[in-house]
Design a protein around this ligand. Structure first.
Ligand code: BTN
Length: 254
């Protein structure tokens, strides 16, 4: 499956996921991409809002259809695609994944993923919000120390010169969000088709939560990787190993 044709871009819309869902319901083809410079009602996971200053984040939604067995891994595969895209856009950074589907760099959130699936209709919308040029003071105060942008001058290149331009700055006439959309589309094409073992292996290599204290509505413990379904494994203080599904739990910082 390739992504980006057709591509609908909005200067301003409520939510690219909402636009893409409408298009999917109306029969738009697999790989249709919707982007926006600005969202007025961007959605995050678990009912949260997602905000970004106009033109400073990649706001991207794509239609995946038809769904089959491999797509059970979509919640893990999409953050992996975002990691690969981010590392191509900004050589020198190393991305990690934080279960269930955040992308981190240097322990700060670079991107979030919101997947809205309609298995009964055979499609899913994959939504990605990737901070590109949002400066620290433009993040909401509660996120300021926990969020980061890919083109933050202080990121990456540890021990190396910071003089080289990010790859995306060399892509000619494309404005940064369009270049970023095209890089993400090419990595998504690879990752949505990846088999389960490839996805699980890659996730385990990038797992930024492993060994960290986590808490959820039902308890707390230490994150211990993921099982073969993509559930989070947690070692509890009592010595149990529990598996948590993304739909059931909401992690908080322990
Ligand atoms: C999260 O971290 O909670 C997920 C955030 C997902 C935000 C993106 S921005 C593009 C797409 N449209 C939306 O309304 N949400 C997703």
């Amino acid at each position: 499956m390739s992504f980006g044709a057709p591509h609908r871009h909005f200067a301003r819309t409520d939510s690219t996921n909402t636009r893409a869902r409408e298009l999917a319901a109306a029969g738009a083809p697999a790989g249709t991409v919707v982007t926006a410079a600005e969202q007025t009602a961007g959605r995050g996971r678990q009912g949260r809002v997602w905000t970004a200053p106009a033109g400073k984040a990649l706001l991207y939604s794509a239609i995946v259809r038809p769904l089959d067995e491999r797509h059970l891994m979509l919640p893990l595969a999409v953050p992996l695609a975002v990691c690969a895209a981010a590392e191509e856009l900004r050589p020198g950074i190393e991305c990690g994944v934080k279960w269930p589907n955040d992308v981190l760099v240097e322990s700060r959130k670079l991107a979030g993923v919101l997947i809205e699936a309609r298995p009964q209709d055979g499609w899913a919308v994959v939504g990605v919000g990737l901070n590109l040029t949002v400066s620290p003071e433009e993040f909401p105060p509660d996120l300021r120390t926990r969020a980061v942008s890919i083109f933050d001058p202080g990121l990456g290149d540890r021990g190396k010169s910071r003089r080289s331009l990010p790859a995306v700055a060399q892509t000619g006439l494309l404005p940064i969000p369009f270049a970023a959309a095209s890089v993400l589309s090419s990595h998504l094409a690879q990752w949505v088709e990846a088999d389960q073992e490839t996805v699980l292996d890659a996730w385990r290599q990038r797992d930024a939560l492993r060994g960290r204290e986590v808490a959820w509505e039902g308890g707390s413990g230490v994150a211990d990787g993921i099982d073969d379904r993509g559930y989070l494994l947690v070692l509890t203080p009592g010595g149990d190993r529990v598996a948590l599904g993304a739909g059931e739990v909401h992690l908080s910082r322990a």
